[in-house]
Design a protein around this ligand. Structure first.
Ligand code: HEC
Length: 195
């Protein structure tokens, strides 16, 4: 549950989510009370304190600003910025540079560096998000493209405009290559040994 990202929704956006949930058909389905495993209790306790002050609407005066808000609430950094430590914290200098490992794949570098997605243009980005393919190459889950594909063209353009402003970070991650140890992010991923 991406609470740490969703908490940044503006009051107005959050209120709209509530209005939508209230419009769903009620379903009777009693579930047992959740019991958190011990390690998760620890993680939950280390999460940021609740926000209690009003959250004003985001600055949407430019596509880059709007894109920044969308990227924040969509939680892109959750997977694309590698973490270390306990409780986990983002590795300094590797923002959006990939390396978080999942069962079959690692998150790629989505900064505008040549080792990232410098070769993307807006059309390719929109196509990738809509179809889950970068030309011949499929984008596997857990990349949530089946959710992001429903964003409007304007939203996706704004997300791409913001990604283009990210600091380019050199960090090779290639899921077509066998996983090898990476000294930058501390994980094992394709081309890790070339970093
Ligand atoms: C739950 C984790 C997760 C989240 C959240 C996530 N991604 Fe990804 N993303 C991945 C993984 C893993 C891959 C690699 C998939 C593969 O190689 O098959 C990926 C692949 C991509 C690619 C393809 C890059 C390439 O290799 O050509 C782009 C672009 C991308 N993500 C952008 C985003 C953006 C923008 C967001 C937020 C709107 C986002 N991702 C959110 C995990 C995630």
């Amino acid at each position: 549950m991406g609470y740490n990202h969703f908490r940044e929704l503006s009051d107005e956006d959050l209120a709209s989510v509530v209005v939508y949930l209230r419009s769903l058909e009620p379903v009777h389905n009693s579930l047992p009370k959740s019991v958190l495993p011990f390690w998760l209790q620890h993680v939950i306790q280390s999460l940021p304190e609740p926000i209690t002050a009003p959250v004003v609407p985001p600055d949407t005066s430019s596509p880059v600003k709007r894109g920044e808000y969308l990227v924040r609430i969509a939680g892109c950094s959750e997977c694309h910025t590698p973490e270390k430590g306990m409780p986990p914290h983002p590795i300094a200098g590797l923002s959006f540079a990939g390396g978080t490992t999942f069962d079959e794949v690692a998150s790629p570098n989505i900064t505008p560096d040549p080792s990232g997605i410098s070769y993307y243009d807006e059309a390719l980005f929109i196509e990738a998000m809509r179809t889950g393919r970068v030309k011949a190459r499929g984008i596997k889950l857990p990349m949530p493209w089946p959710i992001y594909k429903n964003m409007t063209d304007d939203d996706l353009r704004a997300v791409f405009a913001y990604l283009r402003t990210l600091k380019p970070v050199h960090h090779l991650v290639d899921n077509a290559a066998p996983p090898t140890q990476c000294k930058l992010c501390g994980q094992k991923h394709g081309f890790g040994n070339r970093n």
